[in-house]
Design a protein around this ligand. Structure first.
Ligand code: NDP
Ligand code: 2IT
Length: 453
């Protein structure tokens, strides 16, 4: 059997065995096809059936979460934890609370996390979890009771050497606090079983900022090898959550001009630059819609989702030099990629997980635009989570600068690893190939060394 036929037969199997899990299929398809240069060169991976093994999670936990709403009614949601791969360390990855969550979404995120975590160079395996719970419009009390109910089941499966969840969409500092409190109450242990904790109870400085800052560091390194910098560049950012806010913050520090942000209801275009203070107040403190931002700034444009062009997103219609998709999966379409190129964009730097659709990705890789895949560019969050674990283990707390300097170094190492691997396989600058091969090779070699685990 030819190598491409073998790859396709594993993908066919995934499609048959996991019907309806479109995002999972999309993620495995992208990774496997980008591994072809490696599989052609080194027969060990196919000999050891690594592809067949690596696409099946080591363990999948699905559980019921019942919690009481403010009206005294019991509500029911579904909880997930996919412990995907523990070859190089304990399972590590975020929890997502969003109504769109299902097994396919959690598996795609968990699968990506395996290679992302390997790329950081740190000893962490891949996992992901979450729930179809919708935090929007819920009171603090409802969020707390949901988090307590979720942890009442999850606590059985996690541990600081076993599985260490963190935040993702819909899970930030507040939720991590409620989850941690419940774990401590049930087990009686003050243990580093979650990352993204509060600074007074085991959290790490810079963790909140880490994904956004790391994404900017990665973009700067990629531009530098192409004789450019972020300084003075017009940047578009999508999303207005944890990743987007701290991307915007660090872009200003690098002298760039971030002109946009978005949420599930609309998009802000603020030509003179996003007002970070207003953005933080609207989103981090008031958990409000961006319409509130527009009301405070008469000189910005607000476009509601209902007015977006067909099959496209308003944020990618804005002329920019660097684009930072930082909201969610499949938020940058083929039409968006074509518009970005036409408007002079030179780099698309993924802050979110898999924000680019497959046809857009194919188009971008054949164009002159540079492309940073999320599993490399957004790895600063999980890397700093590992620094939090390290501080917990030694009962230390490092200064902001100490953590930030380590984060800067880790992002540079990730960039160099992905870039040098792309060169090794004669695709210089194709970081999809570079990141996927580098991450896969590390995990696959470990799987071979550890036998039939
Ligand atoms: P947040 O929940 O803090 O923010 C998510 C943002 O994206 C919000 O502005 C939200 O809008 C918007 N959004 C979410 N879903 C949709 C949707 N279906 N359509 C349109 N807009 C949407 O999440 P994060 O910032 O933490 O995560 C953003 C992305 O970054 C995700 O892909 C996540 O997996 C990835 N990521 C996160 C890391 C982290 O450390 N937090 C690390 C690495 C990657 P609204 O406010 O209306 O809900
Ligand atoms: O997608 C991701 O890397 C995250 N949501 C962060 C995971 C973590 O364990 O910090």
């Amino acid at each position: 059997m030819k190598i491409t036929e073998r790859v396709q037969s594993v993908l066919n199997c995934i499609q048959e065995c996991s019907p309806g899990q479109n995002e999972f299929y999309q993620a495995t398809h992208e990774v496997f096809y980008s591994l072809l240069p490696l599989l052609n060169e080194d027969p060990r991976y196919l000999d050891h059936n690594i592809l067949e093994r690596i696409v099946v999670p080591e363990r999948t936990i699905i559980f019921r979460v019942c919690w009481m709403d403010d009206q005294g009614k019991i509500q029911t949601n579904v909880g997930y934890r996919v412990q995907f791969n523990s070859t190089i360390g304990p399972y590590k990855g975020g929890l997502r609370f969003h109504p769109s969550v299902n097994l396919g979404i959690i598996k795609f995120l968990g699968f990506e996390q395996i290679f992302k975590n390997a790329l950081t160079g740190l000893p962490i395996g891949g996992g992901k979890g979450g729930s179809n719970f919708d935090p929007k419009g819920k009171s603090d009390g409802e969020i707390m009771r949901f988090c307590q109910a979720f942890m009442s089941e999850l606590y059985k499966y996690i541990g600081n050497n076993r599985d260490i969840p963190a935040g993702d969409i819909g899970v930030g500092g507040r939720e991590i606090g409620y989850l941690f409190g419940q774990y401590k109450k049930i087990t009686g242990e003050f243990d580093g079983i979650l990352t993204g904790k509060g600074l007074n109870w085991g959290g790490s400085r810079v963790r909140k900022q880490a994904t956004g800052y790391g994404s900017v560091y990665f973009a700067e390194d990629f531009l530098n090898v192409n004789d450019q910098t972020l300084k003075g560049k017009i940047c578009t950012v999508s999303g207005s959550g944890n990743v987007a806010i701290y991307t915007i913050e660090r872009l200003y520090d690098f002298g760039a001009i971030p002109v946009s942000c978005s949420d599930s209801r609309g998009m802000i275009y603020h030509k003179k630059g996003i007002d970070l203070q207003t953005l933080k107040a609207v989103k981090e403190i008031n958990h409000d819609s961006l319409e509130a931002y527009a009301k405070l700034h008469q000189d910005c444009d607000y476009i509601p989702v209902s007015q977006y062009p067909k099959d496209a997103h308003a944020v990618w219609q804005i002329p920019c030099e660097v684009a930072f998709p930082s909201a969610t999966q499949n938020e940058l379409t083929l039409l968006d990629a074509q518009t970005l190129e036409k408007n002079g964009c030179i780099l698309i730097n993924e802050g979110a997980n898999m924000p680019t659709t497959p046809d857009a990705l194919e188009y971008i890789r054949q164009s002159k635009m540079l492309f940073s895949p999320g599993k490399a560019a957004n790895a600063g969050g999980v890397a700093t989570s590992q620094l939090e674990m390290s501080q917990n283990a030694s009962m230390e707390q490092w200064s902001f600068d100490e953590v930030d300097i380590k984060l800067r170094g880790i992002m540079r190492d990730i960039f160099n690893t992905a870039y040098n691997t792309s060169k090794e396989f004669e695709c210089q600058g194709d970081l999809v190939i570079g990141a996927n091969i580098a991450g896969f090779r590390k995990v696959a070699d470990g799987m071979i060394e550890q036998g039939s685990i």
